[in-house]
Design a protein around this ligand. Structure first.
Ligand code: PLP
Length: 237
C-alpha cells in the first residue's frame, strides 16, 4: 500500500473508533475528554505508527521495550510513548529515558529500579500505573489485589515516581461483557487503595480492541486499542 492508502484506512478506522468512544462516554455520562487513546502499535511498523499524530493521536503504546526503542528513535519526539508490557529490569534504563508513562509496574523490585532510573535520567517524576492481575491468571503479570496493599509506603511516597492509578487486562473472551466484572473490580480496588493510601489515583488503564467500550463504561481514563486500528496493516514496512 502507498502512504495515501494507509492514511485513508487509518482515517476510516479512527473515525469509527472515535464514534464508538463517544457513544460509550454518552452511555456512561462521562466527558470524552476524560478518556485518552493509547494506540498500541506493536503489530505495525514505525512508518504506519508515525502517521497517527496526523489524526490527533499522540499517545502510542508498545509492549516490548526493544520495539519501543526502535520506534522512538525513528519517530517524532513529540509522540508520548507508553510502556504497556512487562519490563525486565535490565531494559528499564533506556526505557525510562524514553517514555511518558509506564502502565505495567508489576512488582516491587521493578518499582525500586524505576525509582533509581527516574532519578538518574528524568527531571520530573515518572507517571506510573500499577498493573493488577485482577483475573488472577497464572500466565499474567501484575500484583494480586492482596499484594498491592502491601507495597511499602516509602515506595508509594517516593517523589521520583508519580503513582497515579492502576492498569489491568481482562481475560481473553469473544464477549466484551465478560470483561465488565474485571474492570469493575479494578475500579473498586482503586477506590479502596486511594482511601487507604490517602493518595489520589485518578487513572485506570483498561480496555483493548475487544472491550474498550466496557472499559469506558467502568471508568477507564486510558484505553489501549491495537488491532481495531491496525488490522490489515501489519505487513506494511
Ligand atoms: C497488545 C496489547 C493491547 C492491544 O490489544 P488489541 O487486542 O490488539 O487491541 C493492549 N494492551 C496490552 C497490554 C497489549 O499487550
Amino acid at each position: 500500500m502507498n502512504d495515501t492508502e494507509i492514511r485513508q484506512r487509518l482515517a476510516a478506522r479512527i473515525e469509527v473508533l472515535e464514534d464508538r468512544i463517544q457513544a460509550a462516554c454518552v452511555r456512561a455520562g462521562r466527558s470524552r475528554a476524560e478518556v485518552t487513546i493509547v494506540a498500541v502499535t506493536k503489530s505495525v511498523s514505525a512508518r504506519v505508527a508515525g502517521m497517527l499524530p496526523e489524526f490527533g493521536i499522540d499517545d502510542l503504546g508498545e509492549s516490548r521495550p526493544q520495539i519501543l526503542w526502535e520506534k522512538t528513535s525513528a519517530l517524532s519526539s513529540t509522540i508520548r510513548w507508553h510502556q504497556i508490557g512487562h519490563l525486565q529490569r535490565n531494559k528499564a534504563s533506556r526505557t525510562v529515558e524514553q517514555i511518558a508513562r509506564i502502565h505495567s509496574a508489576d512488582r516491587v523490585r521493578l518499582l525500586h529500579t524505576l525509582i533509581e532510573e527516574s532519578a538518574r535520567s528524568r527531571t520530573e517524576p515518572l507517571p506510573t500505573l500499577l498493573e493488577i492481575n485482577v483475573s488472577r491468571e497464572l500466565a499474567k503479570h501484575g500484583f494480586s489485589p492482596e499484594e498491592v496493599s502491601s507495597i511499602p509506603r516509602e515506595l508509594l511516597a517516593d517523589g521520583r515516581l508519580l503513582i497515579d492509578g492502576l492498569m489491568c487486562m481482562a481475560a481473553y473472551s469473544e464477549n466484551p461483557e465478560d470483561a465488565r466484572a474485571t474492570f469493575r473490580e479494578l475500579r473498586q480496588l482503586r477506590d479502596r487503595l486511594a482511601r487507604e493510601w490517602g493518595m489520589p489515583l485518578p487513572h485506570l488503564s483498561m480496555g483493548m480492541s475487544g472491550d474498550f467500550e466496557v472499559g469506558i463504561e467502568e471508568g477507564a481514563t486510558f484505553i489501549r486499542p491495537g488491532s481495531v486500528l491496525f488490522e490489515g496493516l501489519e505487513a506494511e514496512d
